[in-house]
Write a protein that binds this ligand. Structure first.
Ligand SMILES: O=C(O)[C@H]1O[C@H](OP(=O)(O)OP(=O)(O)OC[C@H]2O[C@@H](n3ccc(=O)[nH]c3=O)[C@H](O)[C@@H]2O)[C@H](O)[C@@H](O)[C@@H]1O
Length: 414
């Protein structure tokens, strides 16, 4: 450029020709003070606002493995023994208003009886829900009402095979097959639990396992507290299920202690309600189906053995409280109202058909003689207790069974 020419206009060199000018700009007109005040307000929000969200959506896995013992409650698995400390995974935090919080939850066995009711509750809460089910006992009809919802996905898969998904919560449970206590249920409980725990570990999801009152076996303590270690025959006809669930609890606690997976464990007691398989061999579904079909109710043994029956919506409330709370468990989730099988038959007769009849049959081996949950721990720590008593719950279940039987539903209708 010739010396006598005027340099072209340059706003940058003009404005910042002196290194002091940017600083002057910041300090002029109290701009620096405004910046400081902004930083302080931001920090206060981060520290004190309880609704801070994780940067990524929170993931939970509900593991309800797909075939276990005859009732659906056993389907969901989560369990362990008393444990005082909880692992909290470090998460990046940002104010709730900046990124909307949405949980992505996987429910294994989510098309089954308990699983599908849990899915309803999660969908109502606004979660994204992925259901994994092998449809051995689960039915698409149970989740059909969510199929058009963009927050819902359904995957046919057996959790005995590994699967990789992105989510925040894994709920693992298992459904049932006709009271057959075979090794495939054991496989689901052990290998399925391992696979889902591995998944939860990889993606830092919370893991809820639905275990069962069967871990107490034929109990010598009554009612059963979570601290009771149980009385299980390791080589009996029920042991594949009972020991499978006990192993699942063991694995869950081990992953919590050694791998830092955040886990929750529920021990589910006998549960009934709409969407149970019509002929899954469990006593409530058997009695209701038999009565509606004008067949005698089959009582195994002398009918003096006891069970405590919980309505499914109470169980779902308990599972949600467990998943959202900070306590690992295990927690007994059941209704302490205890009935002999003969008394249950009487209630079915009174609430469904006064002309219902009974017939006695030989009982199966190792049938627990008594079962009743002590739920004081869940009452105190989860602020949960069941609300629906047997006489109120049975008619609700009966309506659903009636519709399905009228439509010609038979054994495990898929
Ligand atoms: O929900 C639970 O905690 C557990 O309940 C069931 O085990 P069980 O308690 O034996 O449940 P049912 O098969 O419904 O039997 C309950 C009682 O009723 C009797 N029963 C069953 C069916 C029937 O038609 N008649 C009858 O008298 C059984 O012999 C037993 O004493 C399941 O097998 C477990 O998977 C589950 O974890």
């Amino acid at each position: 450029m010739p010396n006598n020419q005027t340099p072209p206009y340059s706003p940058k060199s003009y404005k910042f020709s002196s290194s002091r000018r940017p600083l002057n700009y910041i300090f002029n007109e109290q701009r620096f003070l405004f910046v400081l005040v902004g930083i302080m307000i931001g920090s206060i929000i981060f520290i004190f606002q309880p609704s801070l969200s994780a940067i990524t959506p929170t993931t939970t896995t509900f593991h309800i493995n797909s075939h276990v013992m005859p009732s659906m409650p056993r389907s969901m698995s989560i369990s362990h023994r008393e444990r005082p400390t909880i692992h909290h995974r470090p998460t990046s935090r940002i104010p709730g208003g900046i990124i909307q919080r949405r949980m992505r939850t996987v429910v294994t066995g989510g098309a089954g009886f308990v699983g599908s009711h849990l899915v309803d509750a999660l969908m109502a809460r606004g979660d994204e829900v992925i259901v994994i089910d092998n449809f051995f006992t689960g039915r698409k009809e149970n989740v059909a009402h969510h199929l058009d919802n963009p927050r819902f996905e359904l995957i046919r898969h057996d959790v005995v095979q590994p699967i990789l998904l992105e989510m925040n919560v894994v709920s693992f449970g298992n459904s049932s097959t006709f009271g057959i206590h075979d090794s495939s249920r054991h496989k689901t409980n052990v290998i399925g639990t391992l696979n889902m725990l591995g998944l939860a570990k990889r993606i830092k999801a919370r893991f809820l396992i639905t275990s069962t009152s069967e871990v107490y076996g034929d109990p010598l303590e009554h009612p059963q507290k979570e601290s009771y270690w149980g009385h299980v025959n390791p080589i009996g006809v029920r042991s594949c299920y009972d020991e499978g669930k006990r192993t699942a609890e063991t694995l869950t606690m081990d992953y919590s202690r050694t791998e830092g997976v955040e886990v929750r464990i529920a021990r589910i007691f006998n549960t009934y309600g709409p969407r149970m398989c019509l002929d899954d061999g469990r006593v409530v579904s058997n009695f209701v189906s038999q009565t509606l079909r004008k067949q005698p109710m089959t009582i195994y043994g002398d009918g003096k053995q006891t069970r405590s029956f919980q309505y499914v919506s109470d169980l779902v409330d308990g599972l949600m409280a467990l998943m959202e709370g900070k306590h690992i468990g295990p927690f007994n989730l059941g209704n302490p109202g205890e009935f002999t099988v003969l008394e249950l038959a009487q209630v079915v007769k009174e609430t469904i058909d006064p002309n219902a009849t009974i017939e006695f049959k030989k009982n199966t081996a190792d049938d627990p003689q008594k079962r009743k949950p002590d739920i004081s721990k869940a009452k105190e720590l989860l602020n949960w207790e069941p609300k629906i008593q047997l006489r109120d719950g049975l008619p609700l279940m009966m309506l659903d069974f009636k519709n399905r039987i009228l439509k010609g539903g038979g054994d495990i209708d898929k």
